[in-house]
Ligand binder design. Structure first.
Ligand SMILES: O=C(O)CCC(=O)C(=O)O
Ligand SMILES: [Fe+2]
Length: 284
């Protein structure tokens, strides 16, 4: 594989197709960064929609959507605050249209000619809200690859591309996504043991920081080692919001209100509850 001629800090522009240069960059480094894919106005609309959806879900006392738990913290220990939403586009016609919009076609076909947006599958369209402070169950996320389930079954994870839309301006001190370029090409043992899954948070010599402007889009290979660094700020100033859109191939497997909660989400529910209590008690 040829090393890309563009520097690793390159922010590309999303056109009507993925160029050879972009493909090569993704193959080599395991990620791609596109600048300004959504406008400020669209980001604002999305965040306003999200506030409306949160109010609705809290009013109804919802804990799960189609079997997937909502991760609920308390913003600065004061008010209930949902930090991970699943199937978000079910609650917003605007969002449903937005994720299906023409501009994302090159991203969809990058996953596969017959790929589709999983509005009703897996966890649906996911919205994350990280903040640092009292009552946060999500101030950061330890080192991991997204292929853990495959490793559990002792099979090598296949390429899985995570497509994230970033909704905040994030500089180095705001924490955010850190990844180790090229690790998507590592072997099975490195993918299992290079880091202690979710417990290890230490910066790696080879990691890079993904700094973003609201509206940027990133694609990263799920086999890469990555983590989310805690913001050095607290409260409102530490908010980091991202939207992850699943693109799927293979048989259509929609979920509904009768769908069971996957085992790994059950385990997560316990650790999140403990984390929330600890955060409320310790105030951080
Ligand atoms: O917040 C992000 O950008 C990444 C989150 C992540 O890695 C995950 O949820 O698996
Ligand atoms: Fe991840």
């Amino acid at each position: 594989m040829k090393a890309p001629s563009t520097p690793i800090t390159t922010r590309f522009t999303l056109g009507d197709h993925i160029t050879e240069e972009q493909l090569n960059f993704l193959d080599y480094h395991g990620f791609l960064h596109f600048e300004g894919v959504a406008s400020r106005k669209e980001v604002d609309t999305l965040l306003t929609e999200l506030d409306r959806i949160e109010a609705l879900l809290l009013k109804e006392g919802r804990r799960k959507i189609n079997g997937i738990p909502l991760f609920q913290g308390r913003f600065m220990g004061v008010r209930p605050f949902i930090q991970r939403f699943a199937f978000t586009s079910h609650f917003s016609a605007w969002l449903r249209d937005f994720v299906a919009s023409e501009r994302f076609e090159p991203i969809r076909t990058l996953i596969g000619a017959d790929a589709r947006v999983g509005q009703d599958e897996k966890d649906g369209v996911v919205l994350n809200r990280y903040f640092n402070g009292k009552g946060s169950i999500y101030p950061r996320l330890g080192w991991h690859t997204d292929g853990l389930r495959d490793l559990f079954y002792l099979r090598m994870p296949k390429q899985m591309l995570n497509v994230g839309l970033h909704l905040d301006d994030v500089e180095e001190e705001d924490g955010g996504l850190r990844l180790i370029p090229g690790t998507h090409r590592q072997g099975f043992l490195d993918m299992c043991f290079r880091k202690f899954y979710f417990f290890s948070h230490a910066a790696d010599r080879a990691e890079i920081t993904v700094t973003t402007r609201a509206g940027d889009l990133t694609v990263h290979d799920g086999r890469l080692w990555h983590r989310v660094q805690r913001s050095s700020k607290t409260g409102e100033a530490s908010l980091r919001r991202t939207m992850y859109v699943p693109y799927l191939t293979g048989p259509y497997e929609p979920k509904d209100a009768t769908s069971p909660t996957p085992g790994y989400h059950r385990v997560g529910q316990i650790t999140r509850t403990l984390r929330l209590w600890a955060s409320l008690l310790l105030g951080r």
